[in-house]
Design a binder for this molecule. Structure first.
Ligand code: SF4
Length: 338
């Protein structure tokens, strides 16, 4: 397997802009090859300086346009989240990166299993690195006698693509398929597909050649998420956290949540944080529960918090609960978790 960054596009933009100072940010897994590329660029373009912002970046919400400007960059490249939009902010361009691993073996295995358990139509989803393989996978399934559907992209998402918090292409086909498949080695994304569609979901891992039914994991995640809502019900004081990452800031929605909680008899204070971690929340010791409009996966996947920290779908369920309604087990069955 090799991951390839769209280097020609980077070179084209450097030349068009006559850039002398370039900032990169990339997920940890792509940082080594991005840094190698930076060294090559410095030798090919005399006078060019490349700077790598090595803070974590988990999604296209996590760009560094403002920091790149403060560093005096002419241009910035956000690598590897492969979104439809070509640019962010003032100087940042989205640069695609693709993994060339093939799915033919794992599709064969999946098709065998699907035939055994009566799955005739499967919805195909994936994340950035495998987008170039989705059409091939559909063809492999067709050859194996399994019909597949690829949902239309929307907003930043390509056809078949999902983020950890945005699922339009999966959600929009869920009622026309027997099961969903997530292409790639990512339990994180597979659980997102399972929870947002409410369909049985299989992770097709092309590296280990395994077909993993993620239902049990998804059920556990859902159970823990619902338990947190019940725990939050009894809290008197809430922190309403606004994520400070560039693509996360949702001040108006957070203010509405604060006002809603207050109207239901709770105390609520607005808090802004770049990284929502136990350490930072421990500094707010008098607050009994948190809701957050930053990244919903911090709540759904984060087991390290000693107090409830609810995502937007959980917060909506909490507000319903406080208003006398029951919590549904479909709280995450939505297109977007923000
Ligand atoms: S908010 Fe979270 S899940 Fe959504 S793109 Fe950002 S990091 Fe990914």
């Amino acid at each position: 397997m090799t991951i390839k960054i769209n280097e020609p596009e980077i070179r084209r933009l450097i030349q068009v802009r006559n850039a002398k100072r370039v900032v990169f940010n990339a997920p940890d897994g792509l940082l080594p090859i991005t840094r190698e590329l930076g060294s090559r660029l410095e030798s090919d373009y005399p006078g060019l300086k490349t700077i790598f912002i090595a803070d974590s970046t988990y999604g296209s919400c996590d760009t560094v346009d403002f920091d790149a400007q403060r560093l005096g960059a002419d241009i910035a490249f956000h690598v590897g989240h492969n979104v439809i939009v070509p640019s962010f902010g003032k100087i940042t361009h989205s640069i695609d990166a693709y993994d060339d691993v093939k799915f033919d073996n794992v599709v064969k295995k999946a098709a065998e299993e699907f035939r055994k358990i009566g799955i005739r139509t499967v919805g195909l989803t994936t994340f950035a690195q495998h987008l170039s393989e989705v059409e091939n996978v559909a063809r492999f399934f067709e050859e194996e006698g399994i019909k597949s559907l690829i949902g239309k992209g929307l907003g930043q998402l390509h056809d078949g693509q999902i983020f950890g918090c945005e699922f339009y292409p999966a959600f929009n086909i869920k009622d026309r398929v027997d099961a969903m498949a997530l292409l790639g080695q990512s339990m994180f994304h597979a659980l997102g597909v399972a929870l947002s569609t409410g369909k049985r979901t299989f992770m097709l891992d092309p590296y280990s050649n395994e077909v993993v039914d993620v239902q049990q994991n998804a059920d556990e995640r859902l159970k823990k998420s619902i338990l947190s809502i019940y725990r939050a019900r009894d809290a008197e004081s809430f922190g309403v956290i606004i994520g400070l990452k560039e693509g996360q800031i949702m001040t108006d929605q957070s203010i509405k949540i604060k006002e809603k909680l207050e109207s239901l008899g709770k105390k609520a204070q607005l808090i802004a944080l770049r990284e929502i971690t136990s350490d930072r929340l421990n500094a707010l010791a008098d607050i009994q529960a948190f809701v957050q409009t930053g990244c919903p996966r911090i709540s759904v996947d984060g087991y390290t918090f000693s107090k409830p920290v609810l995502s937007v779908p959980q917060t909506d369920a909490l507000i319903n609960l406080l208003s006398g309604k029951e919590i549904e087990t479909t709280i995450f069955v939505r297109k977007h978790w923000l």
